[in-house]
Design a binder for this molecule. Structure first.
Ligand code: NI
Length: 138
């Protein structure tokens, strides 16, 4: 946590949204200020990469695929070898009879990470790909 000076903000939001927000932050056990800071960081992590295509990024690619899809697991391995410059590690979880979940930790140039993400999504048998980037700066 940095020692930078805090600023006070005010915002207008619908009561129902605030109620839901307060219920969740109470369960987590943090105060509103901390929760709003966290929400703003999540927002920045989600939208900043869209506007800032350059630079160094860290995060993960989460994918669900059909492990019975022919040749898919080999392709996934080949692709991950091709993109080893941005892959730190991969976690594999056998979800059920048909589905596997893979979590790929990524670190490096956003353009390469995005290319990896799109390449994975283009494969037959890959059902869902989610790229989640996080920042040490926000
Ligand atoms: Ni599996």
């Amino acid at each position: 946590m940095s020692n930078e000076k805090m600023v006070r903000i005010s915002a207008t939001i619908p009561p129902k949204l605030l109620k839901e927000f307060d219920e969740i932050i109470e369960k987590i056990g943090i105060d509103r200020s901390k929760a709003i800071q966290n929400a703003i960081r999540s927002f920045l992590n989600e939208y900043k990469p869209i506007f800032e295509k350059e630079g160094f990024n860290i995060g993960s690619i989460i994918l669900i695929y059909d492990h019975k899809a022919r040749g898919l697991e080999e392709k996934l391995t080949d692709i991950q070898h091709d993109f080893s410059q941005v892959i730190n590690s991969t976690m594999h979880i056998h979800l059920d009879e048909n589905n596997c979940l893979e979590i790929i930790a990524v670190k490096g140039e956003l353009k390469i990470i995005e290319k990896l993400s799109k390449t994975l999504l283009s494969l037959k048998g890959v059902k869902q790909v989610k790229l989640a980037l996080i920042s040490t700066k926000a």
